[in-house]
Write a protein that binds this ligand. Structure first.
Ligand SMILES: NC(=O)c1ccc[n+]([C@@H]2O[C@H](COP(=O)([O-])OP(=O)(O)OC[C@H]3O[C@@H](n4cnc5c(N)ncnc54)[C@H](OP(=O)(O)O)[C@@H]3O)[C@@H](O)[C@H]2O)c1
Length: 343
């Protein structure tokens, strides 16, 4: 039986926001497996702000997705056929960056069986126990290095990464202030996640609110947004403070060169240590993070949310939610039914 594989391919590079003609849905037959390969039916696709970066041809940490190629994206799926004696049919596997498609043929050694822990849904491995959790963990602890009593500020604080960062900072004894884009998000991070304060950048003067909530200045900035929010935080950073530059989502849809911080001299005057980082550099240390993240999740100390859109066809519209904030937790697409789901 020839299977057909729906694939979202990059048709052209977006100008500004991702547009309807930038991606096209095509069907391609799934070829026969070679020795050592496995055929995976994708179940969850991760949608990430970096998808927009990969669609552009700017200088970046991976090669841009080529025009005509399947859009890159992280996936988890179920093995439907296997020519790898180590990976049985039915295994739930992570397939790396298999992309926006129904099926993926994994080359030998690419698929990794998910070590499913009792009581945890598969979406956990695509969020808090996946790249999201690793990003938060290493960005905060390796680069930010918060100490008990210090003040940590995190932007996009109700998002996938930011919500985990704030909770880990609390576990480590810091005072945590989150910057978010709605009253509901502000409520969630303060009432449910234990942040000390939230600032709604859409309704408040961020600088004045930071002055109010950070009377002793800022020791760690976990930067997810860039632009004016980053400027407001950097203007209040203490001597010898640290800035983990995780992302600059406010700039990803911009055309042309992106301006840096307007107060660059504050790095000198306050001896701020600024370090950009990409989670893939930390993958060899994943076990170290998991030894903390798994018990924190299992004991309920670390909470997370996922926002699941159904159907591969929704992906190009759904990814835009990351830029409007119209999602509630780690944004995923359910490409096909998870194992065990009612038909
Ligand atoms: N360095 C790495 O390895 C790495 C890995 C993963 C993610 N990241 C970065 O981490 C950041 C968060 O990613 P995520 O996956 O966790 O996504 P997310 O926070 O779940 O979603 C993005 C959030 O950004 C906020 N946002 C969007 N446009 C904004 C703007 N113009 N100004 C202020 N806030 C804006 C929105 O929240 P509001 O409703 O609060 O505005 C939105 O919900 C991104 O910058 C991403 O590129 C980096």
């Amino acid at each position: 039986m020839t299977r057909l594989n729906r694939q979202w391919r990059l048709a052209r590079r977006p100008t500004g926001d991702i547009g309807p003609a930038d991606l096209e849905l095509v069907e391609a037959p799934v070829p026969a497996l070679a020795a050592g390969e496995v055929l995976v039916r994708n179940v969850y696709l991760s949608l990430d702000p970096t998808n927009r970066i990969w669609m552009s041809d700017m200088d970046q940490y991976l090669p841009p997705v080529e025009i005509g190629a399947v859009m890159r994206g992280g996936t988890l799926g179920v093995v439907e056929e296997s020519k790898d004696p180590e990976i049985p049919v039915g295994a739930v596997v992570l397939t790396g960056l298999a992309g926006w498609q129904d099926y993926e043929i994994c080359a030998p050694g690419v698929a990794r069986v998910v070590p499913q822990l009792p009581g945890l849904p598969l979406t956990a491995y695509m969020s808090v126990l996946g790249a999201t959790g690793l990003t938060a963990y290493f960005g905060l602890l390796d680069i930010g290095q918060p100490k008990p009593g210090e003040t940590v500020v995190v932007s996009a604080a109700a998002g996938a990464v930011g919500s985990i960062v704030g909770q880990i900072a609390k576990i480590k004894g810091a005072r945590v202030v989150g910057i978010v884009g709605s009253a509901a998000k502000a409520d969630w991070i303060t009432r449910d996640l234990g942040f000390d304060a939230a600032i709604n950048y859409k309704t408040e003067d961020v600088g004045a609110a930071l002055d109010r909530h950070c009377p002793n200045g800022i020791d760690v900035n976990f930067e997810n947004v860039g632009g004016a929010i980053m400027d407001a935080v950097m203007a209040r950073m203490n001597n010898f403070s640290r800035m983990a530059l995780c992302g600059m989502i406010s700039t990803y849809n911009a055309e042309g060169p992106v301006p840096g911080p307007t107060n660059f001299t504050s790095i000198l005057m306050h001896r701020i240590k600024v370090q950009g980082f990409i989670v893939i550099d930390y993958l060899p240390r994943a076990a170290e993070a998991m030894s903390d993240l798994i018990p924190w999740v299992a004991t309920g100390q670390l909470k997370y949310k996922v926002h699941v859109e159904k159907g591969l066809e929704t992906a190009p519209q759904a990814v835009k939610r990351l830029f409007t904030g119209d999602h509630d937790g780690k944004l995923l697409v359910e490409v096909s039914a998870p194992p065990g789901a009612a038909a």
